[in-house]
Design a protein around this ligand. Structure first.
Ligand code: NAI
Length: 352
């Protein structure tokens, strides 16, 4: 019998997972609404597999308390919430969902571009107060402006399609350029610094790694146009929040929209719940991100770009497939070389 423990699932998601595994024998399922923490880790003490959303932090300490664990189903694309080095050392497969919301996140990012260009935040705040003056609400056309895409993977490619449809010019920076995007949407690949100088809108679509930590920092912000918009729907740590707040306050940046931001785990209720007192560094980051909120030219959203009904259905379906495939001895979507296939199928599974 394979024991699976899922965290972070609302009632509807619990029903989907329960139904998916009810149709076949061989699995024992345990479902929890809260994120995995050191406090509730004992629920997964005997688990062969766990399912976690990005709000669960699968740390080395937690892994030490799950001796039977063979796979972690990351119910997400990003997996920087999981200590993949610790998983690799223990031959625990981390399987993610590489594609579930390419269009979903790109649509949200484009929405943020429009929101900044047309001043949605001050517009809607004003009308909600019952004031209907247009003073100070003049916006900017999107057509003809240059979008700088940093990262042209799945999500960046979809945003290129949408932006092309809106008559934007597109430049991009990615160590792995895609000739198709140049052919279909006229994308010009540039060095990062050149992209920053040319772009009217800069949108980030890179994974969070050592190489992308604070990719947008004080030095690089010196290169951007004073009127430029910065959009981050990737991961908070890709942008140095303090540097962005400073650039915004000094009028060296036209606007900023952050769906993901440093310190978000302190502000976002679903991420903070049950994690206990945040460390001082996280609190500092959280306060710096809060400083940005006091500007009409800034928008923060609670890591919500993925959050549509359709995307959630796709993500759960792939996570369930990842689990079935792993315990049938055919792992799929394994990330960061976390798993080496043993001579025999994984114990506790062996289903063929
Ligand atoms: P992807 O893996 O398809 O594309 C990432 C691209 O970034 C690749 O083309 C890669 O070559 C490029 N890249 C890697 N390092 C780079 C660097 N140093 N500079 C420039 N480009 C670099 O990933 P996908 O699916 O497009 O997702 C991007 C990120 O979006 C994810 O890693 C995740 O963190 C974030 N995301 C955010 C969501 C949200 O709700 N806000 C939802 C889903 C994903």
């Amino acid at each position: 019998m394979v024991k699976l423990v899922f965290f972070d699932l609302d009632e509807h998601e619990q029903d989907v997972v329960r139904d998916a595994f009810a149709r076949e024998g061989g699995y024992e399922i345990d479902l929890h609404p809260d994120a995995l923490t050191s406090k509730n880790a004992p629920f997964a003490r005997n688990a062969d597999g766990i399912g976690v959303f990005v709000t669960s932090h699968v740390t080395r300490e937690i892994l030490d308390r799950l001796p039977n664990l063979k796979m972690v189903a990351a119910v997400s694309t990003g997996f920087d919430n999981i200590d993949v080095d610790a998983c690799r050392e223990r031959n625990i497969a981390v399987c993610n969902v590489p594609r579930y919301g390419d269009n979903t996140v790109a649509e949200f990012a484009f929405g943020l571009i429009l929101a900044l260009a047309r001043k949605f935040r001050p517009t809607f705040e004003r009308t909600a107060r019952g004031e209907f003056s247009r003073t100070g609400l003049q916006g900017m056309d999107i057509a003809g402006k240059t979008l700088g895409l940093i990262g042209t993977g799945h999500i960046g490619s979809h945003l290129a399609r949408i932006a092309h449809g809106a008559d934007m010019k597109i430049v991009a920076y990615d160590p792995h350029p895609k000739p198709d995007l140049t052919r279909d949407y006229g994308i010009r690949y540039l060095a990062l610094d050149d992209l920053l100088r040319e772009s009217d809108v800069i949108s980030l679509h890179v994974p969070y790694t050592k190489a992308t930590h604070h990719l947008i920092n004080a030095e690089r912000l010196q290169l951007v146009k004073n009127s430029a918009f910065l959009i981050n729907t990737s991961r908070g740590g890709v942008v140095d929040t303090r540097a962005v707040a400073t650039a915004l306050n000094e009028g060296r940046l036209g606007g900023v929209a952050l769906d993901t931001f440093e310190g978000e785990e302190v502000w976002i209720e679903e991420e903070f719940a049950g994690t206990g007192e945040p460390p001082a560094a996280e609190l500092k980051e959280a306060l710096e991100s809060f400083a940005i909120l006091h500007s009409d030219r800034a928008i923060l959203s609670p890591h919500n770009a993925f959050n549509t009904r359709e995307a959630l259905e796709r993500i759960l379906a792939t996570s369930i497939e990842n689990i079935r495939a792993f315990f049938a001895g055919n792992p799929q979507n394994v990330v960061a070389g976390t798993y080496r296939v043993p001579a025999a199928p994984p114990a506790g599974g062996g289903r063929t």
